[in-house]
Design a binder for this molecule. Sequence first.
Ligand code: FES
Ligand code: FES
Length: 151
Amino acid sequence: MTVNGTEVGAEVEDRTLLVHFLRDAAGQTATNVGCDTTSCGACTVLLDGESVKSCTVLAAQAEGCEVTTVEGLSDGSGEMHPVQRAFRQEHGLQCGFCTPGMVMAVVSLLRENPQPTEEQVRVGLEGNLCRCTGYHNIVRAALAAARTDAG
Ligand code: FES
Ligand code: FES
């Protein structure tokens, strides 16, 4: 598969989850494993442009696909992606464990709906849990990113 623009191949067990492939074979360790049971969203990545929980996808299912993790969001110039900047500006994180998945979920949300309402942001992020922030600043970050046409 292609991970953040680089082709990555590895021989893995049938049961290997995409998130473990990304962390162990591709060395992209920003994607976190929170629950391993499709509940928390910490492992959210883009698979052929669609957001997925990468603990829910087998690595083998992603064969030949294009995967983007939070490490792949920057355009290579060293600048953060507008959604990342918005999270920083709006203080949308505390411990940061949920943040890579949360950022990818917001990127996906804004691609589908570039100008969401607050309610639409809250519904769109329902699959991503955060134990620290109370969500308000995360929602503010998503809305701020939408104002910069971040999608
Ligand atoms: S680790 Fe994938 S949803 Fe929690
Ligand atoms: S910032 Fe700690 S879990 Fe979200």
